[in-house]
Write a protein that binds this ligand. Structure first.
Ligand code: AMP
Length: 485
């Protein structure tokens, strides 16, 4: 049956408890990746799927796995009755948590158990749940190996391996960990690999890990989602913060993710948005994992309107109906653009992605256009020089920081020499430790990537593996030094 003819989940042959959960989730029609991947996965064939983020790929692999594992569903409390049968590897904890949330939702009318484990939290807190037994384990590679080393889990009965966002796993340097994990799995198993982009490295990974996979793509490789309207403005690095504020004020939509390349720029930009215009907040990489999750939850709940995020921090975020993404700084890696703008226009919704390009960044944007095989008209930004868009001390700091990165000359505008006028409105903490001001128009949290935000900072010799994911992140940051500062 071709995917064109599959317009319902029941036509995919999925079991009743899964159909019930899908129905309760409000899904009426399988997305194209689901229509293509589910029948293949149900046949037991290996799969390599090129699916853009937000296409419904999590359900595309979770549903056939749950369906196939249903005969093993048991209400027994004996851990022996709940061995790990499906292992889902994800590059970041945020994605792992999100994937696990989806699996829990789809499995809620079954006795199949699932769990997520990731680094950056005390490994001991994860052990009791593992000991009770779970059929589906979602994990980041480093933490999985920590558990293997501590003998808190066994992978000897794994029937399914999923590599989610495989391209990002390679970017983050997880290849050695993946090889170690592969060596621990039974050779008889089904492998499902998902990647937003199809580089040669991904093809090599597929050759090494998959057994005669069926290749499916829901859109041209490295394409961007047609539901996303892409706009680009040419703007001086010195004027970016001011122009951003202007744009945010003009937007009818409230929720926005703003991407910067560096942790420092994200932090300073959040302050700029707070001081220059509107009340706002920032969450630093130094803050705890709990605070980061709270910020994300607050954003999802609409308490926070904007997230200022680095690529690492924002990876894997699934926020339904996010209408707007702004690339405040253009990434030097064109693939990041695909991932960034994939935060919007998900599951058929419409979205807008706006890029602010300074002179230094035009070459990076040329590379992006080559990758996505699409020209995005570049419009000269018109900056309003009104009091409401005046920059602040922090805006100057962002300008300086970005100027340093791009070697930009400082602006000659006399306005910049005016003394700093502090915002008189007093801050108050929200439950997410988010500073909120009166006269609020937009609340901004900077969701920062980098070491502190992702991993424990204490290194001990006997806890070498606990720092593995930290080191992976570090190595990524080494390739992109701006990420960590
Ligand atoms: P994913 O690509 O797996 O991150 O999914 C993106 C979003 O689409 C998630 O919020 C899912 O809950 C949602 N979604 C997945 N499948 C469907 C579907 N068939 N219909 C509507 N929404 C879906």
């Amino acid at each position: 049956m071709s995917d064109q003819t599959i317009t319902t989940f029941s036509a995919l042959g999925l079991a009743e408890p899964l159909l019930k959960a899908i129905n309760e989730s409000g899904y009426t029609t399988p997305t194209p990746i689901q229509a293509q991947a589910i029948p293949i996965a149900l046949q037991g064939t290996d799969l390599m799927a090129g699916a853009q983020t937000g296409t419904g790929k999590t359900a595309a692999f979770s549903l056939p796995i749950l369906h196939t594992l249903l005969p093993f569903s048991s209400s027994s409390t004996s851990p022996a009755k709940h061995p790990i049968r499906a292992l889902v590897l994800a590059p970041t904890r945020e994605l792992a948590i999100q994937v696990h949330d989806n699996i829990k939702t789809y499995a809620k009318h079954t006795h199949l158990r699932s769990l997520v484990v990731y680094g950056g939290v005390d490994i001991k807190t994860q052990t009791p749940s593992l000991k009770t037994g779970v059929e589906i384990l979602v994990a980041t590679p480093g933490r999985l190996l920590d558990h293997v080393e501590q003998k808190t889990l066994s992978l000897s009965q794994v029937q399914f391996l999923v590599l989610d966002e495989a391209d990002r796993m390679l970017d983050m340097g997880f290849m050695p960990d993946l090889k170690r994990i592969l060596a621990l799995l039974p050779t008889q198993r089904q492998n499902l690999m998902f990647s937003a982009t199809f580089s040669n490295d991904i093809k090599k990974l597929a050759d090494a890990f998959l057994n005669q996979p069926t290749l499916i793509e829901v859109a041209r490789s490295n394409a961007t989602n047609d539901n996303v309207e892409q706009k680009a403005y040419l703007v001086n690095s010195a004027d970016k913060a001011r122009f951003l504020v202007q744009l945010l004020k003009q937007q009818a939509s409230k929720q926005v993710i703003i991407f910067t390349k560096t942790k420092m720029a994200a932090s300073q930009l959040a302050k700029t948005l707070e001081r220059a215009e509107i009340s706002c907040s920032a969450i630093h990489g130094d803050k705890t994992q709990k605070e980061r999750i709270e910020a994300l939850d607050a954003f999802k709940a609409g308490t926070i309107d904007a997230l200022v995020a680095t690529d690492v921090a924002a990876r894997g975020l699934d926020i339904s109906d996010l209408p707007l993404v702004i690339n405040y700084e253009i990434s030097t890696s064109p693939e990041d653009y695909v991932h960034r703008i994939g935060r919007t226009g998900r599951a058929g919704a419409k979205g807008v992605a706006i890029s602010l390009i300074d002179e230094e960044e035009t070459k990076y944007f040329d590379d992006i256009e080559k990758l996505i095989k699409k020209q995005i008209p570049r419009v000269q930004a018109q900056i309003e020089r009104t009091s409401s868009t005046r920059a602040t001390k922090e805006e100057s700091a962002v300008r300086k920081s970005i100027g340093r990165q791009h070697g930009a000359k400082s602006s000659q505008d006399a306005w910049f020499n005016q003394p700093y006028q502090p915002n008189p409105v007093v801050a108050k903490d929200t439950p997410a430790n988010i500073t909120t001001h009166a006269n609020k128009r937009q609340v901004v949290a900077a969701l920062l990537g980098g070491l502190n935000g992702f991993q424990p900072t204490i290194l001990t010799s006997q806890k070498r593996t606990r720092t593995r994911e930290s080191n992976q992140t570090k190595s990524k940051e080494a390739q992109q030094p701006s990420e960590s500062s």
